[in-house]
Design a protein around this ligand. Sequence first.
Ligand SMILES: Cc1cc2nc3c(=O)[nH]c(=O)nc-3n(C[C@H](O)[C@H](O)[C@H](O)COP(=O)(O)OP(=O)(O)OC[C@H]3O[C@@H](n4cnc5c(N)ncnc54)[C@H](O)[C@@H]3O)c2cc1C
Ligand code: HEM
Length: 402
Amino acid sequence: MLSDQSRPVIEATLPVVGEHIGEIASRFYEHLFAEHPELLDGTFNRGNQADGSQQRALAGSVAAFASMLINSADTMPEKLLRRIAHKHASLGIRPEQYQVVHDNLMWAIVDVLGEAVTPEVAAAWDEVYWLMANALINQERGLYSARGVRPETVWRPWRVEKKIQETADVVTFVVERMDDRLVKTSLPGQYVSVLMPMTDGVRQPRQYSLTRADDGRHRQFSVKRVEGDGKPDGEMSTLLCDTIGVGDVVTTSLPFGDVVLDDAGRPVVFASAGIGITPMAGMLSHLVAADSGLDITVLHADADEASFALRRQVVGDVLAARNASIHVWYEKGAGSVEPVNGVHAGLMDLSEVTLPDDALYYLCGPLPFMQAVRSSLIERGVEPRDIQYEVFGPDLWQADLD
Ligand SMILES: Cc1cc2nc3c(=O)[nH]c(=O)nc-3n(C[C@H](O)[C@H](O)[C@H](O)COP(=O)(O)OP(=O)(O)OC[C@H]3O[C@@H](n4cnc5c(N)ncnc54)[C@H](O)[C@@H]3O)c2cc1C
Ligand code: HEM
């Protein structure tokens, strides 16, 4: 909780910091990378830096945290912190790096706000930073220790055993472990960070959801090629789709991720679009492997059936599950050769299906898709706490919701 001295200072300066937070975040990253260029090799995602999304995510999270301290002093933005901690842990972030981020963030605040940052203001924001940092450090420590690792040892080499062309632009990798160190199996819905040298030799991390329940020796993930459309093509997805093949070694982190299947025994509904099928396929596969009798509804939207990645696995799992159904929506028309329960034309429309009572919902796909589905569920009376979602990039939505 914020001290009595700092509270009025934060209250008074939050509007001005909030107004300039985007500028503070981009100055912060410029300064951080100038002082610590090693962070661009293997830690930060330079695609997210180039399109500005990471700057906005950092700024949004700090602003949301500070407002929470002012407006509801006894609560923490749990979901926001959990998501960040899992992402950090999947990248092997270390507690001592928080001092480095602190020094550069405070530098950026002074650089942007100038003389407005009196010693009193600096001390109050210092307190906000360390409240947030310590909450994250503690969660990350718990995540590492639950897996019996240190930040430096989250990475493992895996050999590509199979590379499967799912659709024109999605490839599935089945990788096999190369050592006998303890590897905890993933929870349903989790992802790994994949770390690879890019064409210029600089190592880059990206996250990929696990698409099948793992057996301890194998992992499966599926990658969609990101086309630049005038901007640069996605570098990791292009490398994985075009260059990496059977026999090659890929480095991946242990599994992390806070959007995981709840084992409360309530019906589950998976709603995905496009490559957003990946965490859903992983969760469904876990349910089938566990011979769960849960009531499962799979809802998936895609351009057409040929674009539906992991289709054979997902439809096979729905048939294998004791109590599951699947509906698909195809923008190019309602044609399907698969034994699905319903095929619809156009975008996903929840009024076209009957949803189970008291279900838990899991969403993944482009942000506008998830926003539309979430709003439609809330309109139907679903509680926001029963809807979880995974964002394939820095989460620019959570800060507004938490
Ligand atoms: C939790 C999580 C789970 C995920 N799961 C999956 C999954 O299962 N499958 C999957 O395919 N993806 C998944 N992703 C997304 C994945 O991590 C990558 O973001 C994706 O593969 C793109 O990476 P890339 O290196 O190919 O693209 P990047 O090189 O990072 O490019 C990303 C975007 O930035 C643009 N860009 C790059 N450089 C510049 C520049 N200089 N100027 C302007 N714009 C630029 C590119 O054009 C592109 O649009 C997941 C992400 C998260 C966070
Ligand atoms: C209080 C301090 C910090 C805050 C508030 C913070 C906040 C965030 C947020 C909001 C994200 C995006 C999460 C998402 O994917 O939605 C993130 C990702 C990340 N953070 Fe932090 N962070 C902090 C400290 C650190 C430290 C100390 C490091 C180590 C150098 C670090 C490195 C990273 C990296 C590498 C990513 C992933 C970036 C990307 O994928 O683009 N962070 N952080």
